[in-house]
Design a protein around this ligand. Sequence first.
Ligand SMILES: [Zn+2]
Length: 320
Amino acid sequence: MSNRDAIAPTPPIPPIQPNGGVVEVTKTRKPTVFTDDAGALLELPSDWSLLPPGDPALTRRVKAAGTCWSLSERRGRKVFSQGLLAPTARIERLKHELEVERANPAYQKKLDAGRERRKVEEAEYARDFADEVRAFLAFSKTFEAEGRALARRVADHATPVGSGTVARTERIPIEERAEAAVIAWLRHQTTTYDDMTIPRVQGLRREVRRMLADRSRKLLASHRVLASHPAAGCSLCTALAAPAPVLVSKKDAATAALTDLVKSRIAQRPAASPGGSSCSTPAAVGAVAMPPQAGPVTKSLGVGAPVPAPAPRGRRWTDS
Ligand SMILES: [Zn+2]
């Protein structure tokens, strides 16, 4: 400890990689010294400077033109880009070239064409996604119109670029994306999820979501049969009949029962399980099972049982 502090770090500074490429670096206490991924110290050449983030086209060109260092900063689990370290002359030259290009009307035209192309691609994706949603729904003839309406609502909500929803992720195939988007839409639109106060207990939110997903799957199944049902008694048909997303009323019996169910589930959990390890006793697992739709809900509010949010808030669309 004291030994380490006593010895000033004086490792040799390796030369800059001569063959181009981007070296990931982070700051050290010395403004002209950086460390690479392997922990090696790199001295900033005197004729280099920092190109701050903010102009992706310029950054791309400076990177492509030769060796440079990509500077990032880690805060917690997240990594933030701080810009690019590269020869000042190169940065200035490319900046000037880009300015000349951007002043040219042809550049604007190219930009517009690119935007137009992306718009067309987006519209295509939204259509494909809606088709995929309809395939997953597989509603019966009786609920054909509802199936179409639901697919459109889900696609409209989930496909815009930057929506941050599951529809935008490419990590899972489109069929799975469609299913996940439907379940998320139903959670927000046909359950009281957004008004639930879910304490920060490990795994609890996931459990609630799984419970709601089960319910949503049952709701979907009731639209795959030919037998019709009155819209008033169905949270999905009700949601679809509204012109815009509606706030689920907490007074609605079917959804209020869910809030109670979550409350009772929370109450049944072991009082304190910071390790999050002892929550799956057979009794607890049994309690996750869906209650009868309108039946009485066990209210076993224990010590510290949370209460649902006092007032409805606006829709939250941040998660998917
Ligand atoms: Zn229905």
